[in-house]
Design a protein around this ligand. Structure first.
Ligand code: GRF
Length: 207
């Protein structure tokens, strides 16, 4: 079965680009990115998506009554583009919004996110700064399924990144980002090949 992908973004879009590149290069097969939706109309990600020939749309929250109404619009847009709860995969890639429980439940275990720390350490914003200030010697990044919690859904893949003595938030973020670009496409590939099995909090990777 071909999986239809929708990617939700808000900014730079480098993780989105890593996934589009992996698909274009044939590293991930049996899927198609049907739409990129940005919560910000000036997001660089929208331009990048277009260079890959992917439809890119901005839907900003202004004018919507609340998060549920906004999320309904996002879901409507995904479904209209063929990204459905049956055959779809929704990828959050620097998407600066928290999904409503309605959204999460409609696309249950079909939504992934990438986070720049080794969860459950340092959820939420500025994870790299949190790690540096806490003084950990190793941080990294995590791809996880999205549930109703904030950054706490079942973990799919992680990559450790050592903290260097002279690291700044920027240098650490850059090294983590290189790993994000490796593990996010890999997690997408595993999902599409049907190799991820969720058992409670554990995500088993089938051979
Ligand atoms: C990444 O660090 C990602 O882990 C976090 O937001 C950032 C998005 O960067 N969720 P980009 O838009 O993918 O370049």
């Amino acid at each position: 079965m071909v999986i239809n992908i929708g990617i939700l973004v808000s900014g730079r879009g480098s993780n989105m680009e890593a996934i589009l590149k992996a698909i274009r290069d044939g590293k991930i097969k049996n899927c198609e990115v049907k739409v990129v939706i940005s919560s910000k109309k000036d997001a660089r990600a929208l331009e990048v998506a277009k260079t890959y020939g992917v439809k890119a749309i901005a839907i900003e929250e202004v004018g919507f009554k609340d998060r549920v109404e906004y999320d309904n619009e996002i879901m409507k847009c995904l479904i209209e583009h063929g990204v459905t709860p049956d055959n779809g995969l929704v990828l959050l890639a620097g998407y600066m919004k928290i999904l409503s429980p309605e959204f999460v439940n409609k696309f249950k275990w079909r939504i992934m996110n990438i986070h720049p720390s080794l969860l459950p350490s340092f959820p939420g914003l500025h994870a790299q700064k949190q790690a540096l200030e806490y003084g950990v010697k190793v941080t990294g990044c995590t791809v996880h399924f999205v549930d109703e919690s904030l950054d706490m859904g079942p973990i799919i893949l992680q990559a450790p990144v050592p903290v260097e003595e002279d690291d700044t938030v920027e240098s650490l973020s850059n090294r983590i980002l290189e790993w994000e670009h490796k593990i996010y496409p890999e997690a997408v590939r595993l999902f599409i090949e049907g190799k991820l099995k969720i058992e409670g909090r554990r995500v088993r990777i089938l051979k």
